[in-house]
Write a protein that binds this ligand. Structure first.
Ligand code: GLA
Length: 690
């Protein structure tokens, strides 16, 4: 071969190579790197559920002396008559510091505000543990972080036991017998019937946290007697229903006050029903350990002990040990500041921006609070709205974004465009945050690294992916244009009440600008944000992950669009239609398969496949994951070791607050309403014995 020919052949070869190179410019997907090592402080002491509690009658019961004074004054029936036949008894051996003593207050600080007390019509109490303490549920999952894997099932609570029929299609539930609401009204299947028929089966009403018939596998509920009901299903053993009966869902309301206001039972209207128990309505009947006795708007909500509480310790002392609960109405950031300073008692340290300062303060041996990091369970996802058929009623601009969201190349562009390392470091430097591609959270029980597809940070790949999605910067202003010529403009919705949500969203906007995608931030607060989220009024949304991406067994149905309104980024349009993408259909099948089987090995396999489909298709785009820390004042006893701030539920549930106490020599003088109890529903504040 002559030299010049050789050169030509070489050039041709080069051309071929570069043509291939152009096509291959998108970086190959990989698996995410190992998270930096971060050891949780304090391991749980693992036990079986039966080691924690039982239901039984004790030879004698006792209560604080000042409550006995109410009996003496004829204002309260004797304690034995207020308690169930067989109260729920917490076992001493499972209490880290044993049976406690009465008195003192837990001073919470929260960023939300109570809208009113009609949780069943969707009213928020302000979060931060208020509602977790006020609405007791049929089962309980928060404390499961310390339950042995082999015994993993929800704890009984208002439901003291249950059994499946042989074919697995009927579940019989037995309620605790003789428990009473905080105003003395009996708790029984009348309350269950109202929850089911007045709330769950009524399409006009959505309770807070969104329970619907689908939450309970579309069961048929039948009341058998005052303390027994059955649920029948189409499929055998839908065990997830037992998890759905825990906090967030099957937490019945007091039918004796709710029912008369409900339009189906003679109430005026749905609106009037929702507003019937505004935030200045005091002593709203509860099954929780404390009831609301005072609300000063933007200042504080005060709760006093519920003299009818149905749980006791093994020595017969009626719970709770703490007489009062405070919820200071401030900001979420202030919760951290006050907890480390000792002016507040409790915080879920979850906003990574506050870590360094909080750690520094807590490291001082004289610090009033202890701070313990748990597993890496705080994670954030950015969801592209995947509805193409009208959920959230998009205008033309938003509809164009929806079409792009439904295009995998576009979603890849977003993922390639995110420098997740820098995003995490911008919150806090150190071994806290980890690269989180999305889906199941790294380090949790069903997570499998090898099944996790990660489109790594690469601006070139992002631009290539945009091109593949048909997007180019045709007017040279640095931002890609839509086919019509105008700039693509995506609106990113985020919460304004948490610094972390806002910072992450701002980071995303900046990184998108680097790849030529114009994104605009829309910040909403509290209930406004929740409404926009639930009604689909967003192009993209930044969300703190729910429990389903951690435990899988809790809120399982929310992992995919398994129903018209279960998924975070894809719900049905006004006509009830869901236009699922092929990968979403696969996800739904995998999730339903998981819900429908008890086979442990199969469940693991199904979740591997789920993770692969979810991350390969970028159903949600993971941002970052990091550990949270529980900050709690050192004077409190019975705080279980290794309690995570978030797993099956939030720490306010996990630490079993009704069992928490302050030893006498450490009690502080912080009660605002000493020696008082909740008064009559709707009447003013707390009452005295005399
Ligand atoms: C808010 C807080 C969490 C936790 C929950 C409890 O979401 O951010 O830390 O307190 O309320 O519902």
């Amino acid at each position: 071969m002559k030299p010049h020919l050789r050169r030509a052949a070489w050039a041709a070869l080069m051309l071929g190579v570069s043509a291939v190179a152009v096509q291959a410019e998108m970086a190959a997907p990989t698996t995410p790197p190992d998270p930096p090592k971060f050891d949780a402080q304090g391991e749980p002491v693992f036990v079986n559920r039966a080691d924690i509690l039982e239901y039984k009658a004790l030879p004698a019961y006792s209560q604080p002396e000042w409550v006995a004074a109410f009996e003496a004054a004829g204002k309260l029936p004797p304690l034995a008559e207020r308690l169930p036949k067989e109260p729920l008894v917490y076992k001493t051996a499972n209490m880290p510091d044993g049976a406690g003593t009465y008195g003192d207050v837990m001073r919470h600080v929260i960023g939300g505000r109570p809208e009113g007390w009609n949780y069943w019509a969707g009213q928020s109490y302000g979060w931060g543990g208020i509602d977790i303490g006020l609405v007791e549920c049929l089962t309980r999952t928060g404390p499961l972080f310390e339950v042995n894997a082999a015994d993993l099932q929800p704890l009984p609570n208002l439901a003291k036991s249950w059994e499946w029929s042989e074919d697995g299609k009927t579940l019989t539930v037995h309620l605790i017998e003789g428990a009473k609401w905080s105003d003395g009204d009996p708790f029984d299947t009348e309350d269950i019937d109202f929850y089911w028929n007045g709330i769950i089966q009524d399409a006009e009403i959505t309770p807070l946290n969104g329970a619907t018939a689908a939450t309970y596998a579309n069961a048929t509920l039948t009341v058998v007697d005052s303390y027994t009901f059955t649920m029948s299903f189409d499929t055998p053993f839908p065990e997830s229903v037992l998890y759905a009966m825990a906090y967030g869902n099957f937490c019945p309301g007091p039918s004796h006050v709710l029912k008369p206001k409900h339009p189906k039972y003679g109430g005026e209207s749905y609106e009037a029903f929702q507003k019937a128990f505004p935030s200045d309505y005091m002593n709203f009947p509860t099954l929780g350990a404390w009831a609301i006795v005072e609300h000063r708007p933007d200042d504080i909500v005060v709760l006093r002990r519920n003299p009818y509480y149905w749980k006791v310790d093994e020595t017969g002392q009626q719970l709770p040990y703490l007489d009062e609960m405070h919820y200071r109405l401030s900001t979420w950031g202030d919760r951290d500041v006050q907890a480390v300073a000792g002016t507040g008692d409790f915080s879920n340290l979850e906003q990574a921006e506050n870590y360094v300062e909080s750690l520094k303060k807590a490291a001082d041996p004289n610090s009033p609070a202890r701070l313990a990091f748990g597993p890496r369970t705080i994670a954030y996802t950015m969801y592209p709205n995947l509805s193409g058929n009208g959920w959230g009623e998009p205008d033309a601009r938003a509809q164009a974004v929806r079409e792009l969201n439904r295009n995998l190349d576009f979603r890849k562009a977003i993922s390639y465009g995110l420098d997740r390392q820098r995003l995490g470091d911008s919150l806090v430097k150190g071994p806290f945050t980890t690269i989180y591609p999305g889906g199941l959270v790294p380090g949790t029980s069903f997570y499998d690294q090898a099944s996790t597809v990660y489109y790594p940070y690469s601006v070139d790949s992002a631009k290539e992916a945009l091109k593949a999605a048909g997007l180019e910067d045709t007017d040279g202003n640095g931002f890609v244009n839509l086919p019509g010529g105008e700039d693509l403009n995506v609106v990113l919705l985020s919460q304004s009440s948490y610094a972390t949500d806002k910072n992450l969203a701002e980071g995303v906007v900046a990184m998108m600008s680097d790849i030529g995608v114009k994104a605009t931030l829309s910040l909403l607060d509290g209930k406004d944000f929740d409404n926009a989220r639930d009604s689909g009024k967003f192009d993209w949304i930044v969300l703190r992950n729910g429990t389903e991406l951690i435990t899988v067994v809790q809120s399982t149905a929310q992992l995919a669009p398994t129903g018209p309104s279960t998924d975070w980024n894809h719900r049905a349009n006004g006509a009830g239609e869901l236009d699922l993408l092929p990968h979403e259909t696969q996800m739904v099948e995998l999730v339903n398969g998981f819900i429908g089987t008890q086979d442990a090995a199969q469940r693991i396999e199904l979740m591997k496949q789920f993770q692969k489909v979810y991350t390969e298709n970028l159903d949600g785009i993971g941002l970052t994951a990091y550990p949270g820390a529980l900050i709690i004042n050192k004077r409190f006893a019975n705080i279980p070791a290794g309690a995570p701030i978030f797993m099956y539920n939030w720490a306010e549930d996990n630490i079993i607050r009704e069992r928490v106490f302050v030893p006498e020599d450490k009690q502080i003088d912080a009660e605002l309403h000493p020696d008082t109890l909740p008064g009559k529903p709707g009447e003013a504040g707390p009452v005295k014995a005399n």
